[in-house]
Design a binder for this molecule. Structure first.
Ligand code: NDP
Length: 253
């Protein structure tokens, strides 16, 4: 069981889906958790669940594309809990669009949230972690990040953003190791969250996707959270720059 006692973790996109599961799991392992998303009200509900478990948490509104908001949220988190040991760069969107009619606005929106958002939050976290002399950043990519032997149609901007996250992880791991900051990446396959509702609304497509997964099911958010907790904890102290796939065997199949 990873030990996150005395650690403070900030998670983006944590009002629902995997981010919510990461918040609850990291709190279960002892971390104080800063639950952030674009809706503070729903973050507060996650905080209340953590409080019920006997944990400590804080809800803050954070749009990861807004540099000023990122700075304010990290400042408020440090004011409340004194430090930031873990960042889970989780916020993301997946909006389907055929490439031939994809607009510049659609491209920019996805790249801004999925990739620029991770840059802004990782930079704010690393500045604080450098002062502390340690830290762990966990970036969330996807099996759609490219070079994995699968290609997904109608989601080119998403795939490009996730490929960027894998590259960002490697670059930051090399650059931030001197400050004892580890940077790793989790690349999930199909996970049961509101994000996959569009795919599920077409049962044939969804079944065809699951047919490629040797475990024949979508993953549960909590299954990904266990990996995130391991990468956030000192149990993974010799891991940095790794991109870890968690996909029910999809890429191996
Ligand atoms: P969800 O859509 O359930 O959760 C993502 C959360 O991020 C939502 O609450 C969303 O809010 C929020 N968000 C969107 N834009 C911003 C923003 N600008 N600032 C802060 N938060 C924002 O998705 P998942 O839990 O499934 O996804 C979590 C991560 O995992 C994402 O990075 C996703 O790409 C990745 N992933 C998911 C997979 C899956 O199968 N579910 C597979 C592989 C990777 P809102 O709903 O209002 O947009």
């Amino acid at each position: 069981m990873p030990n996150l006692n005395n650690k403070v973790a900030l998670i983006t996109g944590a009002r629902r889906g995997m981010g919510r599961a990461h918040a609850l799991t990291l709190a279960k392992y002892g971390a104080k958790v800063v639950v952030t998303d674009i809706s503070q009200g729903e973050c507060q509900q996650v905080v209340e669940e953590i409080n019920k478990q006997g944990g400590h948490a804080l809800a803050l509104k954070l749009d990861v594309t807004q540099k000023d908001e990122v700075a304010q949220v990290f400042q408020a988190a440090v004011q409340k809990f004194g430090r930031i040991d873990v960042l889970v760069n989780n916020a993301g969107i997946a909006e389907f669009q055929s490439f031939l009619i994809m607009s510049e606005e659609e491209w920019d929106k996805t790249l801004d949230i999925n990739l620029k958002g991770q840059f802004l939050c990782a930079q704010a976290a690393a500045i604080q972690m450098k002062k502390q002399g340690s830290g762990a950043i966990v970036n969330i990519a996807s099996v759609a990040m490219g070079q994995q032997g699968i290609g997904l149609p109608n989601i080119a901007h998403y795939c490009a953003s996730k490929g960027g996250i894998a590259a960002l992880t490697e670059a930051l791991a090399v650059e931030l190791a001197q400050f004892n900051i580890r940077v790793n990446c989790v690349a999930p396959g199909i996970i049961e969250t509101p994000m996959i509702n569009t795919v599920k609304s077409d049962p044939k497509t969804f079944e065809a996707m699951l047919a490629q997964v040797p475990l024949r099911r979508a993953g549960k958010p909590e299954e990904v959270s266990e990996l995130v907790a391991f990468l956030a904890s000192d149990d993974s102290s010799y891991m940095t720059g790794s991109v870890v796939v968690i996909d029910g065997g999809w890429l191996a199949g």
